[in-house]
Design a protein around this ligand. Structure first.
Ligand code: DX5
Ligand code: ZN
Length: 220
């Protein structure tokens, strides 16, 4: 999925100004960001509720970047078709929320989207062994999902290496995306460990100049 050796930068809308979403999406459009990361939380799979379908549809209408939708919800299968219609390009479900993960992945791909599988911090990379050839994105959570602005969990660095090993061993074309607590320092370590894509919410939107911050992440 990578077009060059650059890191894919995916700012997370969760940390944007929800009273001025258009302004923040236009900022992303005018930046070097590759993807826009959209966090969907249901208050069940994670202890928080974010935003839902109308927001995704509205953002899709004005966003020129790849829409990277991260479903932190139980029973994601119920909503795969709807997120496709709303404009998701990459649709990521959680391993922990999918008893029939292979079927879920196949449905996402049948609709023409890229399929991602996210792993919570406690979930072993080895559990992806049987599906790594079917997916486009291995997403490693470097915080417990549910909130922006949390501290980076260092163990994610080893998990990136293990995910890359698995991808190589199985000759998979999946990329490794890391989500949570990403800044220039953790981002650099993640890139050194082999990460291909970095999600960054509070670090981008909380910075004095988000466009410059995105550029700094791109240069890692
Ligand atoms: C956390 C979300 C993240 C979040 C990252 O549950 O999945 O995408 O927006 O926020 P930061 O970069 O602030 O840790
Ligand atoms: Zn996310």
């Amino acid at each position: 999925m990578k077009t060059n050796n650059d890191i894919i930068v995916a700012p997370s809308l969760l940390s944007a100004d929800f009273a001025n979403l258009q302004k923040d999406v236009e900022m992303i459009n005018n930046s070097q960001a590759d993807w826009l990361h959209l966090d969907i939380m249901d208050g069940v799979f994670v202890p928080n509720i974010s935003f839902g379908m109308p927001v995704v549809g509205a953002v899709h209408k004005i966003c020129t970047k790849v829409l990277d939708v991260h479903l932190m919800i139980v029973e994601p299968d119920k909503f795969i078709d709807e997120f496709c219609k709303l404009g998701a390009d990459v649709l990521t479900v959680h391993y922990e929320a999918c008893p029939h993960l292979h079927r879920t992945i196949q449905r996402i791909k049948a609709l023409g989207m890229k399929a991602g599988v996210a792993l919570n911090p406690h979930t072993s990379v080895s559990l992806l062994e049987e599906v790594v050839n079917d997916i486009d994105v291995v997403m490693l959570m470097s915080v417990n999902p549910g909130f922006g602005g949390q501290k980076f969990i260092e163990n994610a660095l080893d998990k990136v290496s293990r995910a890359k090993e698995l991808i190589l061993k199985r000759n998979s074309s999946a990329i490794v995306e890391v989500d949570g607590g990403v800044n220039l320092s953790t981002g650099k370590q993640l890139v050194e460990a082999g990460a291909d894509a970095l999600v960054a919410g509070s670090f981008v939107f909380g910075s004095p100049n988000p466009v410059d911050t995105i550029q700094d992440l791109k240069k890692l």
